[in-house]
Structures are given as structure tokens and as C-alpha cells.
Design a binder for this molecule. Structure first.
Ligand SMILES: Cc1ncc(COP(=O)(O)O)c(C=O)c1O
Length: 490
């Protein structure tokens, strides 16, 4: 049984198995009318259970309460500001949810013939064109199901392109400010990763790239704006350096939320770019998905697009399999519901609205940055775009670490920001408010951060023991990481 809450109305919740009462049932079905069969007579012995499955026996009301109670222990964007730098937790407008539930979309059978799914194909085809227009690329594929999956798709296309030129090449250059998925994607495609340092301003220079660029480099993989929230302003020169030696430029476009309607990275010379629809175009993001990470490419990479390619012929949408394709990256229509949401978002805002989104995202981030400058140490003083990276340098003398600040923020009702990433900033604290926050919400957050900084000086032990008012106190992070138990064992 559940016991009354430890924190107000948030109730302590046991496992559903522990709530099981023999004979309790949460459904009622009419008799099936089908004669019963003895499974032991029909199935091979190896497939038969030795003991019956231990499933919880719970009534409907208890089942509903169980899941509602669990959901109350979650923090989400619908509850308050969620300042996860790099992860871009923006509000998901309800209209996009509504559109994704239109029965023709929600109930479309994944194996239906193209003739029966013209509307869905039209939506994906148009979304691809919008994304190409937004980024300055020639084509887009919507199949990849996350940013990192987009990276993998892009790297496979890099490999296919270079192979078609006679040599797949050996190396991929990646800056030290890269997201961890970048080197992983290159390595999965059997490329050796060459790390290159950002300069003192936190960006790449054409000279640094020229220093490691040779004819064995298949591509440079650069995030723009990078994971410090800073625009890689030398991108055009860098693309020239890479292209001169036959390399390609892959742009991790996960941070496109800062550039909508302002910069088209394709115009700067980028050959491939992925979009994180769940970050930029406001589709649900969390717990690893389901997301969508479409990839944009320049014309020379077109033969290698993942199959099938949607083509429009005389107003009819068809699926085409191409011989030089890298193959299928995802079954059926990818995470189609996410594509519907992103399409709706783009249509809802239009070109002017999208530009405004980025302007507001940058303004909000800089409002926080300016307000907290001096209270928290800024790792790079250069102006940043949609997020800012602070560190614990000014609090360290009181024995306070970034983790302590993040934990104390929870007492003020905020999900902590991203911490200890990017790796090039020691003790980093990465804050991204996004455009969805109104000014008073930013002011409240700033006030909480300032109060914590004061506490760090006046009562550091109190901060080190935070959180104090949450449903759970400070967890043993090492134990949680090393003894993770995700499966119930009877
Ligand atoms: C810069 C950057 N690149 C790549 C990714 C990976 O995207 P995903 O989490 O969708 O795999 C992220 C994730 O937030 C990111 O911030």
C-alpha cells in the first residue's frame, strides 16, 4: 500500500508488484467464444514457462493512482523553467500535440502502400523542403531518429561519398568542444578521431584546422553554435580549408535554436548538417526519445541518401530506392509523430516567427548571462548565443562544487542545469532558458542563483547538504551509477 507523502501531497509510492492483492482485477472482458487450447500440446517444450509469470493483480483505480503518483515525482517543462544547457528544453505547444493526434496520422499503418499514405508522404516531403530552406541545404532526409542517429547517417554518407571518389580516407577532425556523440559517430564509421583545440575565445580558427588537414581527412565535424554557446565565426574560411584538400564539412546543427532565420549554415559551405527536431522545433525531448534528427546535405551527396527517398512526380508521392544509398536507417516512416509536430510548429510560426524564436532564445540567454556575470565565473567572456557556460570557480574557495549548486537549485523548485559539460570547462554549469520563458520567470531564476551564491559564502555546509525540501534528499550518485537496478526481481 502507498503511505502518506514525505513532501506535502507527493505520495511515497511502492512498486506495483508490492500492491498486488490476489484476485484483484482491473479489466472486464466478455467471454471470447473461442474454444480453449492447451498450449502444452501445441508449443515446443523450450518455449513453455516453468513457473507462471508473477504479474501484479491490481484494480483499475489503483493502477491509475500508481502511475499518476509516479508522474508527480517527475519535473517537466510544464511545471517550470528547465534550464538544461545543450539539451534545449523548450515548451511543447499544445497545438502540435493536437495535430499529431489527427486519426489519419496517428493511426496510419506503417506498412500501408504509398498510394494509401499520400498525406503522410506529402507532410514529410514538405518538412524536408522547409528544413532545407531554413538551413541552406539542397536535400533533407527525415528518417534518423535522434541527433546522434543523424550524425551516424551523415558519417555513413561521408564514407560512401569519399569511397566513391576512390578512397574512404581515415580521419575525422573534431574540436575539443564537441558533444560526446560526435567522436562516437565517427568511430562507429571506422574513422580515427583527430581532436583539435578551440582557441582562447572558445572557437576554431582556419589556421588550426589547416594544421591537421590532409588528404586522409574525410571530414571535419563541427558544432555551430558550439557547445559553449558561441558562434563559430570562422566557419566559411574553415570550410574552404577542408574543401581544398577534398574533405567534407559536417555541421552538428543541434543548436540551431539560436540561428533560425538568421544564419543558413549551408551558405557558409557546410556539406552535411543534422537537426535535432526535439530541440529546435519543439517536439518532446527526454529519456532518450523518441526524437527525430533529420540530415540536410548538399547536392553532391544526394546519391547516398538513406533509402527510401520520397520523390514527387506529377503531384504523386513515391518511395524510391537508390543503388548508391547507404541503406535504410529506420523502419517505416521514422518517428513520424515527431515529424508531424515539427511540421506544425514550422507552419504555425512561419519565417518571421521562427526568426523571432531565435532572437528571443538569444536575448533570454544573454539576460541571464549578464545578470549572473560576476556572481558566477564565466568560462569564456566572448558573447554567447542561446546558452552560457558558467563554472564553480568563484565558489570553490568555500568548498562548494558545481554539483552542490545544482542540488541546492532543486530546493528553489528548479530542475538543475546541465553540469560538467562541456568538458573543456572545469566544473561547468551550462544554462539555457530558451525563448519560452517570460521575463519574470528569468528574474526568479536569477534571484535563486544569486541567493545560492550568497549561501555558498555564508553557510557552505548547508549548500553541500542540499537538497533539503525535495521528495528525496541527496542521492549517493556513485551507488546510483554503479548499482543501477532497473528490473524488478521477485
Ligand atoms: C551539440 C549536440 N550534438 C548532438 C546531440 C545528440 O542529440 P540526441 O540527444 O538527439 O542524440 C546533442 C544532444 O543534445 C547536442 O547537444
Amino acid at each position: 500500500m502507498s503511505t502518506p507523502g514525505t513532501t506535502g501531497l507527493v505520495l511515497e509510492e511502492g512498486l506495483s508488484f508490492a500492491q498486488s492483492v490476489k484476485g484483484r482485477i482491473g479489466y472486464s472482458l466478455p467471454p471470447s467464444g473461442v474454444p480453449e487450447n492447451d498450449p502444452t500440446a501445441k508449443l515446443p517444450k523450450t518455449l513453455l514457462r516453468k513457473t507462471p509469470a508473477t504479474l501484479p493483480e491490481i484494480s483499475e483505480v489503483d493502477t491509475v493512482r500508481h502511475f499518476v503518483r509516479l508522474s508527480q515525482q517527475n519535473y517537466c517543462k510544464d511545471v517550470g523553467l528547465f534550464p538544461l544547457g545543450s539539451c534545449t528544453m523548450k515548451y511543447n505547444p499544445r497545438i502540435t500535440e493536437e495535430v499529431s493526434k489527427i486519426p489519419g496520422f496517428a493511426n496510419a499503418h506503417p506498412l500501408a502502400m504509398p498510394e494509401a499514405t499520400q498525406g503522410s508522404l506529402q507532410l514529410i516531403h514538405e518538412l524536408q523542403q522547409y528544413l532545407a530552406e531554413i538551413s541552406g541545404m539542397d536535400f533533407v532526409t527525415c528518417w534518423p531518429s535522434a541527433g546522434s542517429h543523424g550524425e551516424l547517417t551523415g558519417m555513413l554518407m561521408v564514407r560512401a561519398y569519399q569511397t566513391s571518389k576512390g578512397n574512404p580516407r581515415k580521419k575525422v577532425i573534431i574540436p575539443d568542444s564537441a558533444h560526446g556523440t560526435n567522436p562516437a559517430s565517427a568511430a562507429i564509421c571506422q574513422y580515427e578521431v583527430v581532436t583539435i583545440s578551440s582557441n582562447k575565445d572558445g572557437i576554431l580558427t582556419a589556421e588550426a584546422v589547416a594544421g591537421v588537414m590532409d588528404e586522409e581527412v574525410a571530414a571535419l565535424m563541427v558544432t555551430n553554435p558550439n557547445t559553449l554557446g558561441i558562434f563559430e565565426e570562422n566557419i566559411q574560411e574553415i570550410c574552404d580549408v577542408v574543401h581544398k584538400k577534398g574533405g567534407l564539412v559536417y555541421c552538428d546543427g543541434a543548436n540551431l535554436n539560436a540561428l533560425l532565420g538568421i544564419v543558413k549554415l549551408g551558405d557558409a559551405g557546410v556539406d552535411l548538417l543534422h537537426f535535432n527536431l526535439h530541440k529546435t522545433f519543439s517536439t518532446p525531448h527526454g529519456g532518450g526519445g523518441p526524437g527525430a534528427g533529420p540530415v540536410g546535405i548538399k547536392k553532391k551527396l544526394e546519391p547516398f541518401l538513406p533509402n527510401p527517398v520520397i520523390v514527387k512526380e506529377n503531384s504523386v508521392y513515391k518511395l524510391e530506392n537508390r543503388p548508391q544509398s547507404i541503406g535504410r536507417m529506420k523502419a517505416y516512416f521514422g518517428n513520424f509523430g515527431m515529424l508531424v509536430r515539427a511540421y506544425t510548429y514550422i507552419r504555425e510560426f512561419g519565417p518571421e516567427g521562427l526568426r523571432k524564436i531565435s532572437e528571443m532564445a538569444v536575448l533570454n540567454a544573454n539576460y541571464i548571462r549578464k545578470a549572473l556575470m560576476g556572481t558566477y565565473h564565466l568560462a569564456y567572456s566572448r558573447p554567447s548565443l542561446h546558452e552560457s557556460v558558467f563554472s564553480d570557480k568563484l565558489q570553490k574557495d568555500h568548498g562548494i562544487k558545481t554539483l552542490d549548486i545544482a542540488k541546492r537549485l532543486m530546493d528553489f523548485g528548479y530542475h538543475p542545469p546541465t553540469i560538467y559539460f562541456p568538458l573543456i570547462v572545469h566544473g561547468s554549469l551550462m544554462i539555457e532558458p530558451t525563448e519560452s520563458e517570460p521575463k519574470d520567470s528569468l528574474d526568479q531564476f536569477i534571484e535563486a542563483m544569486k541567493l545560492i551564491a550568497k549561501e555558498c559564502e555564508e553557510k557552505p555546509d548547508f549548500v553541500k547538504a542540499a537538497p533539503h525540501t525535495t521528495f528525496r534528499g541527496r542521492l549517493d550518485e556513485v551507488k546510483a551509477a554503479k548499482e543501477l537496478k532497473l528490473r524488478w526481481n521477485p
